[in-house]
Design a protein around this ligand. Structure first.
Ligand code: FAD
Ligand code: FES
Length: 256
């Protein structure tokens, strides 16, 4: 069923720094919360008008009981810098939930996230109610503040850092083959594209279905402007905002 998209002026409940240049923004999401699925995103309007276009953020958490919806954002430019100035009680316009989320059919899921790609995987881990294992990677220990956020919602957590300051030194793609004996029936990944391609390659070699969450600069977020089009393995063109952001890896990464 395709549900209508909502553009709501949501009240800001919290906008807190949680890591180097990373903030958690919680709003009172109202009807957005009842409709949202893991992997979908919110298109957020800059309240100060500093940037004209909305900015997309994965839904990282939501609570149906009190209507809270949380996004995590890294300050990368003008729009996200303006977001850091949003105060509790102010209103911000959120359009969503947008896109197609993850298929949740897995009985033994492994979630693999790098950097800010971990944000939408948090919502997914919560939906799996503690049965998902998480493999997370980052540049260093400071970047993996995510460990504490995920631990109440994960079965087991495995960590890699580029500098070895936490977990195994190296990349998630290097640790993944060692974990596959644990019987995963689906891998869900979000993060830098180079990481997701590496994860998908290992998954495909081992006949494990793999879902990837793609990112591209977006304008409308609704499938109308074509700014987010990507080529698929079947030589079709897909809109990441509407057909994705979640795709099966073999549909977007591997030529047929
Ligand atoms: C579906 C989707 C979900 C996302 N979820 C999150 C999330 O949960 N948390 C988060 O921190 N970020 C997320 N992003 C990325 C986020 O939308 C951008 O970082 C943000 O729009 C940057 O806005 P800005 O005005 O601060 O930066 P700008 O001034 O617009 O750009 C600053 C720099 O970031 C680059 N950039 C901007 N947008 C993107 C993009 N979509 N992909 C790659 N590079 C980009 C620009 O090329 C430029 O180098 C998501 C993007 C998409 C498409
Ligand atoms: S952002 Fe306009 S079509 Fe995807």
């Amino acid at each position: 069923m395709i549900l209508p998209k909502l553009a709501l002026d949501t009240e800001i409940l919290q906008n807190t720094k949680v890591g180097d240049d990373v903030y958690a923004l919680t709003v009172h999401g109202g009807a957005l919360v009842n409709q949202a699925q893991p992997g979908q995103f919110i298109h957020l309007q800059s309240p100060s008008g500093e940037v004209f276009l909305r900015r997309p953020f994965g839904i990282a958490d939501m609570d149906e009981s009190d209507g809270r919806l949380t996004m995590y954002y890294r300050v990368t430019g003008k729009g996200t810098r303006a977001m850091t100035r949003l105060l509790r009680g102010a209103k911000v316009n959120c359009l969503g939930p947008l896109g197609h989320g993850f298929s949740l059919s897995s009985k033994r899921p492994l979630l693999v996230g790098g950097g800010m790609g971990l944000a939408p995987l948090l919502f997914l881990a919560k939906r799996f109610q503690g049965k998902a294992d998480i493999l997370m990677g980052g540049r260093n220990q400071a970047e993996l503040f995510w460990k504490d956020i995920f631990s109440p919602h994960a079965h087991e957590i495995f960590i890699t850092t580029d500098d070895g300051s936490l977990g195994r030194k190296g990349f998630t793609t290097e640790l993944l083959p060692e974990l596959l004996g644990r019987g995963y029936d689906c891998i869900y990944t979000c993060g830098p594209e180079i990481m997701m391609r590496g994860i998908a390659e290992v998954a495909v070699k081992n006949n494990i279905p793999c879902q990837v969450s793609l990112e591209k600069r977006m304008a409308c977020g609704l499938g109308a402007c074509l700014s987010c089009v990507c080529d698929t393995a079947h030589k079709e063109r897909k809109k990441i905002c509407k057909d994705g952001p979640v795709f099966w890896a073999q549909d977007v990464f591997f030529a047929h």
